[in-house]
Design a protein around this ligand. Sequence first.
Ligand code: IMP
Length: 428
Amino acid sequence: MSSITIVGAQWGDEGKGKIVDWLASKADIVVRFQGGHNAGHTLVVEGKSYKLSLLPSGIVRQKTSIIGNGVVLDPQALLKEIARFRDQNIHITPEILKVAENCPLILPSHVALDQARERARGDKKIGTTGRGIGPAYEDKVARRAIRLCDLLESKTLNWRLDELLFHHNALLTSLGEKNFTKEDTLRYINEVATQILPFMAPIPELMAQYIHENKFILFEGAQAIMLDVDHGTYPFVTSSNTVPSQTGIGSGTGPRSGGYILGIAKAYTTRVGEGPFPTELFDEDGQYLGKKGCEFGTVTGRPRRCGWFDSILVKHAVQVGGLDGLALMKLDVLDGLTEIKIATGYELDGAVLHRFPYNLEAQKRLKPIYETLPGWSESTYGIRLRSELPVAAQRYIERIEALIGVPISIISTSPEREDTIMSVNLWS
Ligand code: IMP
């Protein structure tokens, strides 16, 4: 197997960091293919902790790291992240980090627009990370974006910036916000351009070469399938396609490059930001999961909403994402519960549903139908063999497999890399 794609199978924060770092240690190339610096995770490598947002995880181990064209690039955020790594003695050079020429840029006016829109939405806000992600993707599709390669051509940059600021300022004015001048924006662009342009590289050509050389490529998804702009809980989603089909588009490699597709899910469910969440808990079980699972957002620090495992939601992710297997994270958080629930269907207006509906109002009205399984009192923390898990934990996992239709190929029993049960040979 020469490539693997990792994607979140719920609403993000499934603990991808641990699996991604573990796979990155084996990979030759690590590729980001969507999202931006709205993503965030912490890697602990040899006792040192590293915060990643825009950089592919391979960077910590000095693996060739690609930021593909499917990513929206905030140059200042990237430079800050590079500087943070420099302070931690990791030097990021153009030999290691390569950024696609056709990456759309996030400029200060995108950030202002994102935040102004959220304020204007009031109680209908999406709960974005406020980093300009949505406006940047809008501009890409509207053919208004400034892309990294445009920084090479002052003539192109000039008229593209006029068009972009005309649009942004009209919106900002209508929202009662301050406008951006061309001079300030150009000054900002020129400042970052000299530092960012050395990282620009012809990604499709390089990727073709890596594939030809049979390099082991890890495609690192950000956010998660339920935040996908087409298949998630729209409009409470991010603005990119987070599904694995995006790997080819977002890296210029065609549809067959993704290899084994591994979804990551927690043994329960969490969500940050707004939007429907059928199995959300408002009782002491929810508090227990939040406290024991340390459920606070890496990027924004917001407490995460918590609930039981929703097999219909994950089955939806399996279907729209074409997942080959699932990694089940944070199983140990469930230790000590006398009973554990899994949603196996929904009740919607008196009818029983076994699929996740796309209609927002229907999503809000879903009432989960639960199956209750016995919990376990023993600790699963650090167990490395599936057969050594408490019998009730094994039954819980088998039940999830039966409900979602793909094997649980990886089980994580602690934040430590070695505490991982693997029942698929990803390296064959
Ligand atoms: P945006 O991506 O900043 O536009 O935010 C849109 C939605 O996606 C919000 O609900 C965010 O909380 C959510 N979101 C964005 N990035 C992440 C992530 O990395 N983990 C979890 N949720 C995210």
